[in-house]
Design a protein around this ligand. Structure first.
Ligand SMILES: Cc1ncc(COP(=O)(O)O)c(C=O)c1O
Length: 385
């Protein structure tokens, strides 16, 4: 094959004429002064459609997944003296929601196959102070929801899911939006669907949690014939424009997810026999929208490192590669709090080995063929030394 460049294209959301039309329509509507941007019919429409899409009873639109997680911690009453267990293989928003309410982050180790929080490892870290567990559906590969539900029932802890990557994920055939107490999704730019750069949604099947989400995200207001402020709140609202675009994005996210899934499965098939490369977990019991296509360089089986390999893949074969996620304890904030690889040795090893190659919906099958070829050639180059 001819060497060509496959850059890392970070934008996951696919904006098209339908998104543009809806933005134009909304902005034009503001010329009618009675319309206004506030009280938002678009927002409940999007919330209802999203809840249905994710198999939950309720959904509350917010300005980001991170603030959705913050709200979940607050609503569950987490605070000083409480411990909350989570995974170290994630974006910093996950542990930040625990720190943000003054509780203590406890990292438990991951399952080396799925890269998700290992329920048994999490349970082993439960103490009398543990109040909650925050698993992540990493890359859209579902966390073990049944195992966490069992732990929640037996050990009286609450489960909140970081579902940033999980729009469209199926766990044993079920959508994941009703799992645990609450799940927080992200529509930030590079997610599989996006609401003009930022946005999030918190799903739940608990009406009281939903009511509190709606109130706290809007200064504590309870809207009715007479608007009342019934608790503290702030402004974490999604805009009307974002909600409208959320509807157009939602209408195509399944197709986008299937494209990503098809490309990912093709790559995994092509790389199945390459000793140096470990492909994403797929035992046929779930559907992943592959927000990221994470590969692992098996540095324990061969005498080379991920960085040796990536140098060839990027340098010679021009395939864009990223390293999501940097270990959280590499950030001074978490390092200074005393966290390190000792908290989760399996995650520490996996984090050293992970790299991502571009799998995005606007790419073509030829791009996947090239990436598979480039990875195999890079391995062959490495073997030749
Ligand atoms: C696992 C995970 N959790 C939370 C977030 C935060 O999402 P947002 O940017 O919508 O707050 C991200 C965003 O990249 C993420 O990857």
């Amino acid at each position: 094959m001819q060497i060509r460049e496959i850059p890392w294209t970070p934008l996951g959301g696919v904006y098209e004429q339908d998104d543009l039309d809806v933005v134009m329509k909304m902005v034009l509507a503001q010329i009618d002064r009675s319309a206004g941007f506030f009280r938002l019919p678009e927002e409940p429409t999007f919330e209802k459609a999203f809840a249905e899409h994710e198999g939950a009873q309720y959904a509350a639109a917010v300005n980001a997944c991170g603030t959705g997680l913050d709200l979940a911690m607050r609503i569950l009453g987490m605070g000083a003296g409480d411990e909350v267990i989570t995974t170290p293989l994630t974006f910093v928003a996950t542990p930040h929601c625990i720190v943000g309410v003054g509780a203590k982050v406890v990292f438990a180790d991951i399952d080396p196959q799925t890269y998700n929080l290992d329920p048994a490892k999490a349970e082993a870290k439960i103490t009398s102070r543990t109040k909650a567990i925050v698993p992540v559906h990493m890359n859209g590969i579902p966390a073990d929801i049944d195992a966490f539900a069992d732990i929640a029932a037996r050990r009286s802890v609450k489960i909140v899911y970081d579902a940033a990557h999980a729009v469209g994920t199926l766990y044993k055939g079920r959508k994941v939006g009703a799992a645990g107490e609450m799940s927080s999704y992200s529509f930030q730019s590079n997610k599989n669907m996006s609401t003009l750069g930022e946005g999030g949604m918190v799903t739940t099947s608990n009406p009281e949690y939903h009511a509190r989400l709606q109130r706290i995200k809007s200064f504590g207001f309870q809207y009715g014939p007479v608007d009342d402020v019934v608790e503290w709140g702030t402004n974490l609202r999604m805009t009307k424009l974002q909600s409208a675009v959320g509807m157009t994005q939602l209408s195509k996210v399944d197709e986008i997810n299937h494209t990503r899934n098809r490309y990912a499965r093709y790559l995994s098939q092509q790389l199945a026999d390459v000793l140096e490369i470990i492909t994403p977990f797929d035992d046929g019991t779930h559907f992943s929208p592959y927000h990221l296509y994470m590969l692992r360089f098996n540095d324990e089986a061969v005498n080379a490192t991920r960085d040796d390999f990536v140098k060839i893949l990027k340098g010679k074969y021009k395939v864009g590669v990223t390293f999501h996620y940097p270990p959280l304890w590499n950030f001074s904030f978490y390092r200074n709090l005393g966290y390190g690889p000792q908290d989760a040795p399996i995650a520490a090893t996996v984090l050293r080995q992970l790299f991502n190659v571009p799998v995005f919906p606007r790419m073509k099958m030829e791009d996947m063929e090239y990436i598979a070829w480039a990875i195999k050639e890079s391995v062959a180059d490495l073997r030749r030394g």
